[in-house]
Design a binder for this molecule. Structure first.
Ligand code: HEC
Ligand code: HEC
Length: 182
């Protein structure tokens, strides 16, 4: 009797894993939604990577895109025409992490405590946890990376919204999946 129960349990679990795999392969909902808006890529990709909307929740984008905030955007001026600001604000809010069905977006959104408004992706608990192995040698002291904000230095398929391990190539070190610190 016990054996039958165990077998049933095993089938249920592998069935779930199998269903998850089919789900993510079929729909490619594993990462974050890619963004192909030219205005966004030009305006917000000038000084750093044009981060996908699905990397931060709605409240974060609403705050980041306020006129006053854009005028003092991490010490820089990132001002926009009012028309463009509204268009980009809507684009970001409509595709934010907490409105997305993509797996990484859901993980990002769930990891942020209620009532907290983060302005940095690099301060999202899920993102911080995932990058614990990214010590100074890979980031700060790596002249081709310098800062964790340069996502695309390592995530070579980030434009497609893909973050899988086998797409991470750290400059001067190689594929993350082949490094010993993994
Ligand atoms: C004039 C240059 C400039 C422009 C244009 C600009 N940014 Fe930034 N952005 C910065 C700087 C500088 C930082 C902080 C970098 C650092 O911490 O080293 C930053 C940081 C950020 C961060 C936080 C990154 C992190 O996780 O630490 C987000 C999110 C962001 N910008 C979004 C945007 C969006 C959206 C736009 C378009 C409306 C935009 N930026 C346009 C200069 C710019
Ligand atoms: C120095 C290289 C580097 C930079 C820069 C970097 N990452 Fe990563 N990232 C990694 C590595 C390595 C991992 C995998 C860590 C592990 O779990 O073993 C990772 C994991 C992730 C994951 C989880 C993927 C998964 O399959 O679980 C996400 C999402 C992610 N990074 C997003 C970002 C974003 C967004 C940025 C920019 C704000 C960024 N990363 C910057 C190296 C980097």
């Amino acid at each position: 009797m016990k054996k039958v129960l165990l077998l049933l349990l095993a089938m249920m679990f592998s069935g779930q894993a199998f269903a998850d795999e089919i789900f993510s392969t079929l729909f490619r909902f594993k990462g974050v939604a890619p963004m192909s808006n030219d205005l966004y890529n030009e305006s917000c990709g000038e000084c750093h990577y044009a981060y996908q909307a699905g990397l931060l929740p709605k409240v974060s984008w609403e705050k980041l895109m306020l006129v006053d905030e854009l005028e003092d955007h991490f010490g820089e001026v990132a001002d926009l025409d009012e028309e463009d600001r509204i268009e980009l604000l809507n684009l970001l809010v409509d595709n934010a992490a907490d409105t997305s069905f993509y797996k990484r977006s859901m993980k990002i959104s769930r990891s942020i405590p209620d009532g907290v408004t983060l302005l940095r992706i690099t301060e999202v608990p899920y993102i911080k946890r995932k990058h614990k192995p990214m010590t100074d040698k890979y980031v700060k002291n790596n002249p081709k990376v310098k800062s964790l904000i340069n996502c695309n230095a390592c995530h070579r398929q980030i434009d497609k919204g893909i973050f899988d391990d086998d797409t991470i190539l750290i400059p001067n070190y190689g594929y993350w999946s082949e490094l010993d610190d993994d």
